[in-house]
Design a protein around this ligand. Structure first.
Ligand SMILES: Cc1cc2nc3c(=O)[nH]c(=O)nc-3n(C[C@H](O)[C@H](O)[C@H](O)COP(=O)(O)O)c2cc1C
Ligand code: SF4
Length: 479
């Protein structure tokens, strides 16, 4: 079965795109004309923490599963970060998820930040900054942070194929997927206190490596995000929102005591229950889902309710945090919410809605939160599915104050110079537009490094591309 929604590449122009939105009752702002130069809303600077961020494009964190076994960057990692610098975006949100210690790695090739890896991670940042300076003369208005993570129930620190989950509470649907059968995977309060110390030590290293801020990751079902949903967890870190946010509060307090760094949070601002393939492989809610353990959802787990996320953002504000990089859901259990795509990853399901509805949902959530917290700086995510119309929608969003910055994920893997092209008014390079083939997600799920195999000439010629094609073929036609 193929996805029963029109492909964006098949829509003839912006008019056809807006016509399709209208017919599908999907509300989304958009400008017919994308402006460039000094007239461009996307080119306007932002002020935060006494610094200037030169424009409204942000590169979202994206790991490549391509570090060394001891957590150092390789040449592939460095190439990706240089491309981030060359993009022209003036805010780099973390580059990629970097584990604060080994058991928190999402895969055995994830970067780890510690004293041993310090100079390698510092030079990774430096290469990004130098690439940016060469292309755009100055990095005075470039802000680069690093994303600190513990992968919680999605940790695979030692073997690509073996989950070694550390969770905060039992969860029937997710425990089944992660192979959790008893309480031994649950981190005790003392273990969480130790982990908080590890985040603080990691932040100290990040400051030494030259980063302007650290992101204390709270998204995508990883540990910080799962804690926010820990309503059934007893003790200091579970139950009330006050307890569920203690992890962030204690990390922030520790980082403030030990560094001069600014702090940001990448937050799944809403979530849905886990989905799985239904009869025709279209996504359906998992029958074992426990909707009360979903952060930012309606009671049935199938709609967004921003009440608690908004309180959490207020808490961030009270802690002196100003930057929220928004996202939603999880790439593991509800990818259509998190990264709308036409072609699902190999372990996914066909989208149960027009992926544009997923994009619109994230835009609407952020607009609501921005209205409620005007002093916070909001970065939006999930725009890649807009493809050729990303600049039209992104421009309208920032111009209307619905978000402060437009985050770019997959699009920057296939079309790294998109921000520079849009801001200069250069010719749109259609061949580079990400068509959401999901190979950059499928590859690592199959133990292969991530990259844009269909469109990036560098990855196109790698042996891994053939390997991936064969795996995809075998998965599509099981014997
Ligand atoms: C290959 C890949 C790796 C990713 N790695 C991370 C990560 O390390 N940290 C994170 O917060 N999000 C990660 N994401 C999610 C992206 O930051 C982004 O939220 C998502 O792709 C949706 O944005 P887009 O529509 O522009 O792609 C990753 C996404 C992809 C495709
Ligand atoms: S592999 Fe390339 S085209 Fe496919 S989703 Fe990733 S970035 Fe986009």
């Amino acid at each position: 079965m193929s996805t029963p929604y029109p492909r964006i590449a098949g829509l003839k122009d912006y008019q056809a795109f807006t016509e399709h939105l209208k017919q599908s009752n999907i509300e989304m702002p958009g400008d017919e004309e994308v402006r460039s130069g000094s007239d461009s809303p996307l080119g306007k600077p932002l002020e935060v923490h006494g610094r200037t961020i030169g424009n409204r494009f942000c590169i979202l964190p994206m790991e490549g599963w391509d570090g060394t076994r001891d957590g150092k960057p390789t040449e592939l990692t460095r190439r990706r970060w240089r491309n981030f610098g060359l993009s022209g975006a003036k805010l780099i949100w973390g580059g990629e998820a970097v584990a604060v210690r080994n058991d928190g790695r999402a895969n055995p090739n994830q970067l780890v930040i510690n004293e041993t890896n310090l100079s390698d991670i510092a030079s990774l940042r430096q290469e990004l900054v130098e690439a940016h300076e060469e292309a755009f003369e100055t990095s005075d208005d470039l802000m680069v942070g690093i994303q600190l993570t513990h992968s919680g129930r999605f940790a695979r620190p030692n073997d690509k194929k073996r989950l070694e989950p550390r969770t905060v509470q039992r969860n029937t649907a997710l425990d089944r997927r992660a192979g959790v059968t008893d309480d031994s995977a649950i981190l005790s309060d003392d273990e969480l206190s130790q982990l908080i110390d590890d985040f603080i030590v990691a932040a100290v290293a990040a400051e030494k490596a030259g980063f302007a801020f650290v992101d204390v990751k709270h998204c995508h079902g990883y540990l910080g995000h799962e804690l926010l949903a820990g309503v059934d967890r007893p003790g200091r870190y579970g139950g009330s929102l006050e307890n569920r946010s203690r992890f962030l509060r204690e990390i922030v307090e520790g980082i403030r005591g030990a560094t001069q760094l600014e702090i940001g949070v990448r937050l799944s601002v809403f979530d849905y229950v886990p989905f799985c393939p239904g009869e025709d492989r279209t996504g359906v809610p998992d029958a074992d889902a426990e909707p009360h353990k979903v952060f930012g959802s309606t009671p049935d787990g199938l709609g967004m309710d921003l009440t608690e996320p908004s309180k959490f953002i207020q808490l961030m504000h009270d802690l002196g945090i100003r930057m929220v990089c928004t996202t939603a859901g999880s790439p593991y259990y509800n990818p259509h919410i998190q990264r709308p795509a036409y072609f699902p990853p190999s372990d996914g399901y066909h989208p149960p809605e027009d992926p544009l509805a997923g994009v619109a949902r994230q835009i609407a959530a952020v607009a609501q939160l921005k209205q409620d917290h005007p002093e916070m700086l909001f970065i939006g995510s999930g725009y890649t599915y807009l493809q050729d119309y990303l600049p039209n929608v992104g421009q309208a969003v920032v111009d209307r104050g619905m978000a402060d910055s437009i985050g770019l994920g997959r699009m920057v893997l296939s079309y790294p110079d998109l921000p520079a092209d849009v801001l200069r008014g250069s010719v749109w390079q259609r061949k580079k537009v990400c068509r959401t083939f999901s190979d950059c997600t499928t590859a690592p799920r199959q133990g292969i490094i991530s990259g844009c195999y269909p469109l990036d000439p560098f990855y196109k010629k790698m042996d891994e591309r053939k390997q991936l094609q064969e795996i995809k073929k075998a998965l599509a036609n099981p014997a």
